[in-house]
Design a protein around this ligand. Sequence first.
Ligand code: ZN
Length: 213
Amino acid sequence: MKVLFLQQNITVITMVLFSEDHIQETKRRGRIEVICGSMFSGKTEELIRRLKRAKFARQRVEIFKPAIDTRYSEADVVSHEGHSISSTPIDSSGSILLFTSEIDVVGIDEAQFFDAGLVDVCNQLANNGVRVIVAGLDMDFRGVPFGPMPGLCAIADEVSKVHAICVKCGQLASFSHRTVKNDKQVMLGETAEYEPLCRECYLQALEADKQEE
Ligand code: ZN
């Protein structure tokens, strides 16, 4: 029984490593990878990690982000941890196709802010043999699927849902609670405006917000 348990454990570990590291960086094969989650879940960190590995493997990499996202830097994709990689800010998803001839790997950050056309663009790229890695918020502050993210998750070959830690109770957090009053969906911000919460704490926070109104 003990041996069986051990074997099962090893199988599980092997599978995790498989999905994490088995992608051969130098093999040109079209695929779509989506990294989604709440604010502070490490999405951009994971995107940068994958793109840097592709660069080490001498892949031709191009990174895009919506022109709207100018939080830290005009042209760089920067994670909360301060890691960065240079990128091209663009206004509409269609422009990605103009920049991606002779490219092996396309990275897209803050994908939730792009138009619905991004789903088609990613499909076209992958169909042409490009590895597409997309990172974005899966839900807005109301808990509603954000922009093209649900469509991207549907067409992806692989979806990684990453989690932040609930600042109220320490569980895994999937929700981005807005701590200031503002109904606009697009509102970029840092720790002051959002906090990651688990479902239970998020519902409690919404209830508390309502009573304040
Ligand atoms: Zn919680």
